[in-house]
Design a protein around this ligand. Structure first.
Ligand code: NAP
Length: 528
């Protein structure tokens, strides 16, 4: 079955489709052509209305049963699938990404909605705890204490440019916030507004089908001021963001300056260092070389987990790696980048590295044919030069990698100590490397959210044990993740109930209610 939704260019504010000021069009980055229709830019009044509706919806939405909320998430997933090829075609036009990549991303998007439905049903996220009263305890009796997690309130979500489905209107931030019981107001990314509207309409149809209040979901398009007004709005209680360091910091500053500051969970900037160890290079330098270029150039390098920095000890085996990687990159054909702005930023970043006196260009990709494309780039420098200029460690969003040659393991560890926070670190290791690799791992634990061995950081599994986070500037809060089921915790807070009579306790904390759910009874895990 397919559902057809129109792309009207309207804002979706609760049940209303509205927008007078239709002035911006999406661009097909593969051709540079403007796409129809024009999209509305939300005014301050539009932002205020969406947030007010979200505030009104909050108590009703958060009181939904786990089953009702899980069904809502599953209905969104079904509705997105029912849009069918129209969604893939529009997303491909707006992003230049191939249909196969977008089909995979759609599967991931509906998969994570369904996974969060399971999480909601399981009750684990409620983190129920009961410390029964000890009236005879000396010298003082203990009160009856019961704890559960409740949702924070309406959440503002900023869709990412580089995942038009999985990190956009119904992406990970929206799924985790809705699972937690928070209404969501999305500011869609102007790189793919038609894709966003189709998905937004699928969510709105699920709101109606599940009998939820209209303010459970709204979708706005607009410029910087729209996002700023959204973060300032007093109904908004948390923000989920994926994008640039500058954007994340700007929104964080606005949130912190509010009369009531709120958390901003921003995923911003990461160069995802890869450490090539000697025994691994000796055994498979060529395979590591081709694997690296495959990861570097995937999706024109437009992944937050793109491997932008490599560290290795100088050796003939390292030269074999460099030769293979260079040959692979030279043969790689540039794909269109997501937006003219991202393309220009890539060109500037690559030009700065190519023109840096301490950096050597090892290889470039095949010449670009068509607009918004640039060949990938592979550079090298040494540790002293790398440490002398912090800009060499900054993200160049796209297929750009920098190899840093080290003299020995101590130098490799010393340079790792100087890195900024990262989403990931990768080690290429064989058994002969374990002794020296073990010295690096404690440093990496302090720097990153995910450590992986003998793979590549692109490709993030959506699961229970995934962390897609890390210390600043990878994210604004290293205690959280934006991918995987742990992401729900960002939008929850604990409330403790002391000596409340049974009839006034939330159902899941009443004596009978708690028995059917996972909980801690006086510190002992029960119910699962
Ligand atoms: P972006 O410029 O940070 O924009 C992301 C969203 O935040 C957009 O909705 C944008 O609104 C909004 N925004 C940005 N600055 C703002 C401000 N000062 N006040 C209010 N709202 C603001 O990111 P992008 O457009 O996706 O790509 C630009 C760069 O971001 C890339 O070149 C890359 O460096 C980085 N990036 C990183 C990741 C990652 O995963 N780490 C992913 C994508 C992009 P407007 O559209 O109105 O500006």
């Amino acid at each position: 079955m397919t559902q057809s939704f129109v792309i009207s260019g309207d804002l979706l504010i609760g049940a209303d489709s509205t927008g007078d000021n239709k002035s911006v069009r999406a661009i097909n980055p593969a051709t540079g052509a403007n796409l129809e229709p024009a999209f509305a830019i939300a005014s301050e009044a539009d932002v205020a209305r969406a947030c007010e509706l979200a505030g009104k919806a909050f108590d009703t939405y958060r009181a939904t049963s786990p089953e009702a909320r899980a069904t809502f998430l599953e209905t969104i997933a079904t509705n997105i699938m029912e849009i069918g090829d129209a969604l893939i075609e529009r997303a491909s036009e707006e992003t230049g990404l191939p249909a196969a990549r977008l089909q995979g991303e759609r599967a991931r998007t509906v998969g994570q909605l369904r996974l969060f439905a399971q999480v909601v049903r399981s009750g684990e996220w409620l983190d129920l705890r009961v410390d029964p009263a000890l009236p005879d305890r000396k010298p003082l009796p203990r009160p009856d204490l019961r704890l559960r997690q409740i949702p924070l309130g309406p959440v503002a979500v900023f869709g990412a440019s580089n995942f038009p489905l999985a990190f956009s209107v119904a992406g990970g931030d929206t799924a985790s916030a809705l699972a937690a019981g928070c209404p969501v107001v999305v500011k869609g990314h102007l790189a793919h507004p038609g894709t966003g509207e189709l998905v937004g309409r699928a969510i709105r149809a699920a709101v109606v089908a599940c009998g939820l209040p209209e303010g459970t979901f709204s979708l706005l398009t607009g410029a910087n001021e729209t996002g700023a007004a959204l973060v300032r709005n007093p109904h908004i209680k948390a923000v989920g963001f994926t994008g640039s360091r500058g954007g994340g910091l700007a929104l964080g500053a606005i949130a912190a300056a509010r009369p009531e500051p709120i958390p901003v969970y921003a995923e911003m900037s990461s160069v995802n260092p890869v450490f090539l160890f000697p025994a691994a290079l000796a055994a498979r330098a060529e395979a590591i070389g081709t694997g690296f270029v495959g990861s570097l150039t995937m999706g024109a390098g437009q992944f937050c987990t793109n491997p932008g920095l490599l560290f290795a000890i100088d050796s003939p085996d390292l030269d074999r790696f460099v030769a293979t990687a260079s040959a692979a990159l030279t043969g790689s054909v540039p794909a269109p980048m997501l937006t003219p702005g991202i393309h220009a930023a890539f060109d500037n970043g690559v030009a700065a590295l190519a023109g840096h006196e301490a950096v050597k260009t090892i290889a470039r990709g095949a010449p670009a044919e068509g607009v918004n494309r640039s060949p990938g780039a592979f550079f090298e420098t040494d540790v002293e030069e790398f440490l002398a200029d912090e800009r060499l460690g900054h993200e160049v969003f796209g297929a750009s990698g920098l190899l840093v040659r080290c003299k020995d393991i101590d130098q490799m560890i010393a340079v790792a100590e100087k890195l900024e926070g990262q989403l990931t670190a990768t080690v290429q290791v064989d058994a002969g490397d374990y002794t020296i690799a073990a010295k690096l791992l404690p440093v990496l634990e302090r720097k990153v959210g995910r450590i992986l061995a003998n793979g590549w950081p692109t490709g993030v599994e959506v699961s229970h044990a995934m962390v897609h986070g890390g210390p600043f500037p990878a994210t604004s809060d290293s205690r959280t993740t934006s991918v995987g089921t742990l992401a729900i915790r960002r939008f929850l807070r604990p409330v403790s109930y002391q000596d409340l009579p049974e009839g006034l306790l939330p159902v899941e904390l009443q004596d009978e209610g708690v028995k059917g759910l996972p909980h801690l009874m006086d510190g002992v895990r029960k119910g699962n």
